[in-house]
Design a protein. Structure first.
Length: 228
């Protein structure tokens, strides 16, 4: 089992109310599996993804990435595990506007300490990933010179730069039209399946979710298998 989440609880305290976003959410994801989590807006899908990825500590419960308890680690160690084993694809791209497309893609390798590999090898891998998502000719461009679909493909290449075991995608086609979103999904699933990697994707789009091996619904803070 690559990813295990047990009885996750997460609460947000606001000025006039308390919101229980996760209430005993439990999840098992096999290595190489693709899982979609659907739910209405505000159900807590993004919060769940952030907890699974070691970005947001739950109030209760635990998250295991194979044999590592993410929230049993120090912050520094958890950051190192994220850099080495987890790739994130966000709805809003989160590309750095002052860096070129190529620099945005190879940035995770530098954060991980990839300088030991040599800058030439890092750049070679980044260029290869850009070629795989059809953007080799845009490597020297700035992110704002690209369309939304192109920016999301750059974000996908960046997420895979460190060859992570687990990819977490938060509404990866949410800002795109259907045709462009479909192309981005083709690249996403193609790269994930080619490398035998594991994907957890949250989305409100049922046709997008159906492309995954399994679909779960986040409902009242818990995960329900839609096949049941």
């Amino acid at each position: 089992m690559l990813l295990t989440a047990d009885n996750l609880a997460k609460t947000y305290v606001m000025p006039h109310k308390t919101v229980d976003v996760l209430r005993g959410a439990t999840l098992r994801v096999e290595r190489g599996e693709s899982v979609a989590v659907i739910g209405v807006s505000g159900a807590g899908k993004s919060t769940l993804l952030h907890v699974l990825g070691g970005l947001d500590r739950p109030l209760d419960g635990r998250v295991l990435l194979e044999n590592e308890d993410l929230y049993g680690l120090t912050e520094a160690r958890r950051a190192a595990v994220r850099a080495r084993r987890i790739g994130f694809v966000f709805q809003s791209y989160h590309l750095l506007p002052e860096m070129t497309v190529l620099e945005n893609v190879f940035l995770p390798a530098l954060v991980r300490g990839g300088g030991r590999q040599g800058r030439r090898e890092i750049r070679r891998r980044a260029r290869d990933l850009l070629e795989r998502v059809g953007l080799a000719n845009r490597a020297a461009h700035m992110p704002l010179e690209l369309s939304g679909g192109e920016q999301q493909r750059v974000a996908l290449a960046r997420a895979l730069m460190n060859d992570p075991e687990l990819v977490l995608a938060d509404e990866p086609t949410g800002n795109l039209d259907d045709a462009t979103g479909g192309r981005v999904l083709d690249y996403l699933f193609g790269l994930i399946r080619e490398r035998g990697r594991t994907l957890v994707m949250v989305t409100h789009n049922h046709p997008v979710a159906a492309a995954c091996d399994r679909v779960l619904r986040l409902e009242e803070g818990r995960l329900v298998d839609t096949a049941q």
